[in-house]
Design a protein around this ligand. Structure first.
Ligand code: SF4
Length: 431
């Protein structure tokens, strides 16, 4: 089969954009029997790009509503996907299958809104497995997809190296750290472990709560391929919580040190899953930045199942900076009972700390404990538009305060990552 894979631009990639890793793995699994052609509208361009293809050139279309790099914060709106379906239908004959977190969580609501052929649930790589060794027609394949259960790979070590050549690798950019400067640069997105053992009520952990680890030697094989073929030396580990298994991290760091000492990498983790010795090990293997899910300095008082106290946050930040690693922090605004005093304290801390931060408004997303508690699990709503509207009402109902002035101040701070990257003329900001 020839498969057209389309990623609509839902506007969620304002200052960074990573490779659609799920599609790259799927393309590798499917070759040489099936071929995937990827059109990623997040990189720009318009639907005129389709005019290079004949109406019967492809047998089926995979429409990805969010890829791994945005799966945790998947867009609440499916309007870009809806418009894309209309465009595809006006030009091609193939059946369209919508994949991603929206289909995984609320398949019927997505089906009703997008009017596509199927909304199978789960990880893309698991969903293409029936095709991996079989020559099936599109309809045989769609019939085989069990749309009731959520499919995931129990063992992510069965995945071959991603087929990087199906996307323009060097056009994907995000934050890199070069000689203590944070700037925009070409990076390669890696996911080495999937899942998270914590259960913060506002967080969507995709597909499966069991943490699955990719063997460090396989990860190193991917890194070497990227260096050899594209000359990229900056890597972003998109794992939800990179350091949740210390021996695995130590093994990964030892292999990077031995086999790819020239790379620089950034990862994400929790402030309570790091210590000075582990930071040293990571620094020695090229770790130049760590994103911590701080959310708020008072997060432990907010009953959201993230009990990290201020002293633990500050200890992790200090230890990270002491090792010469850039400390990035995620901030979330809009928790129930979050006070202005709390927010101002966090703001003041950001103003005076040598950290780089990114802030977001809390979203109430299906797939989270928060959604289930504030909407009574209303994921049986008949269209995704209804889900989007309920999510917005739930978000507003949690807001006890008007934070607009705090937000205006956050937006102006020079250590706000958006300000650093949007003005990055490749010289970067010195920290
Ligand atoms: S630790 Fe991070 S990734 Fe894990 S559930 Fe909490 S917010 Fe999500």
């Amino acid at each position: 089969m020839r498969i057209l894979a389309v990623i609509p631009d839902s506007g969620s990639s304002t200052y960074f954009l990573h490779q659609p890793l799920d599609l790259l793995y799927a393309a590798a699994l499917l070759e040489p029997i099936h071929e995937i052609v990827v059109v990623d509208f997040r990189l720009g361009g318009d639907v005129n790009v389709f005019s290079q293809f004949s109406d019967r050139e492809f047998d089926i279309c995979f429409l990805l509503t969010a890829t791994y790099d945005h799966v945790q914060c998947y867009p609440m709106s499916l309007r870009a996907a809806q418009e894309m379906v209309a465009q595809l239908r006006s030009r091609f004959w193939f059946p369209i299958v919508a994949m991603g977190p929206h289909s995984t969580l609320c398949p019927n609501a997505v089906m009703n809104m997008l009017d596509v052929y199927a909304c199978p649930r789960g990880e893309l790589e698991a969903l293409v497995l029936p095709l991996a060794n079989n020559r099936l027609s599109p309809l045989e394949y769609i019939r085989l997809l069990d749309t009731h259960k959520i499919h995931y790979l129990p063992d992510i070590n069965i995945l071959p190296p991603p087929k990087y050549g199906v996307v323009p690798m060097l056009r994907y950019k995000s934050e890199v750290v070069e000689r203590d400067k944070v700037k925009l640069g070409s990076t390669c997105y890696v996911v080495a472990n999937r899942g998270c053992s914590s259960s913060c009520i506002y967080c969507y952990v995709p597909y499966c709560r069991i943490v699955r680890y990719r063997s460090p030697s396989l990860v190193l094989r991917e890194i070497k391929l990227v260096i050899g073929n594209y000359g990229i030396r900056d890597f972003f580990f998109g794992d939800c919580t990179f350091t949740q298994n210390r021996p695995w991290v130590e093994e990964m760091c030892a292999l990077i040190r031995q086999q790819c000492p020239e790379i620089r990498w950034i990862c994400q983790t929790r402030v309570d899953q790091i210590d000075s010795r582990l930071l040293q090990t990571m620094r020695e293997s090229g770790c130049v930045g760590i994103w911590y899910g701080v959310e708020s300095l008072n997060i432990s008082t907010l009953v959201v199942r993230k009990g990290t106290q201020y002293r633990v946050i500050q200890r992790a930040v200090d230890a990270t900076l002491e090792k010469g690693i850039v400390c990035f922090v995620f901030i979330l605004i809009g928790f129930k009972k979050d006070t202005r005093e709390n927010m101002e304290q966090t703001l003041e801390w950001l103003e005076h700390s040598p950290v780089v931060f990114s802030w977001n408004m809390l979203s109430v997303r299906p797939g989270t404990i928060l959604w289930n508690s504030v909407t009574s699990g209303a994921d049986r709503l008949s269209t995704w538009e209804e889900i989007e509207s309920l999510s917005e009402k739930a978000r507003v109902s949690l807001l006890d305060n008007d934070f607009s002035d705090v937000i205006a101040r956050l937006d102006k701070l020079p250590n706000n990552i958006k300000n650093i990257l949007s003005t990055s003329d490749h010289s970067g900001t010195v920290l």
